[in-house]
Design a protein around this ligand. Sequence first.
Ligand code: DON
Length: 301
Amino acid sequence: MNYASELRRVYEACLPFVGEGKVADYIPELAGVDPSYFGLCLHEIGGATHSVGHANVPLSIQSISKVLTLAMVLPQNLDSFERVSVEPSGDPFNSLVQLEYESGIPRNPFINAGALVVTDMLIAREAQPKEAILEFVRALSGDSSIGFNLEVAESELATAHRNRALAHLMRGFGNLQADVERVLDVYCHHCALEMTLEQLVHAFAFLCRGGRSWGREVMPLRAVKRINALMLTCGFYDEAGEFAYRVGLPGKSGVGGGIITVLPGHFVLGAWSPGLNPKGNSKLGMRALEMFTDNTGLSLF
Ligand code: DON
């Protein structure tokens, strides 16, 4: 497979749609992002990386970071991952409704409530959780320059009313141990990680390489299997079915307009376009990924 020419073919076919969708504005600092960014980047299991468009411009990875924090806590808790379920929610990423009637147990680790519990688990384990996250992500991507965008983190912290409500509700049910503001601070920082598509595809390579990153084991295969399964079933919230139907790969989106997908044993493929569809997932990103798997036949199915 000539990945470079397949990427270029998709990129060119998508160019007329650049700018479609609506840039997220509920985090004020994200509202000013240029909607005309568009990039694709694929990292092959063999080691080569292919890019087109804006694959080297940093983006706010937002919910894509939830996979990375999960990867930090899941391997040690594989047989006792009980504070978060592993079922699709069928609801938006920031919904409160299920949490009340399901007694403070979030449906999965990728909706905001579930990611807040994962962050709480990380805080219980790490004396300096934000530094630990940076260290983990820098090691995975092989790039020590990766950092948080502090303006984005502050901007979200100042307006995170729904996440505060979710965190307090879970604290009330006894499913959050650390102080709510502490959890929100760490959560808003990991969402504010800024990475290029190239850094992202390298960071996610362990999910393609059976848990290995740069030749070193990051986690056992059975943890990788579970994270990829969660990305397929829950990575796109109430659009997870649509994403599996159209693209057919495990993946994770963020409201910065980034999407990372994995075909285990083959490649990691990322797309970025800041315009979102009504479900909060990149509109052109989904279009491009669908075209790529349609054209190449390379999907799980
Ligand atoms: O908590 C939030 O609302 C954001 N920091 C992350 C949400 C997000 O990226 C949803 N994904 N598409």
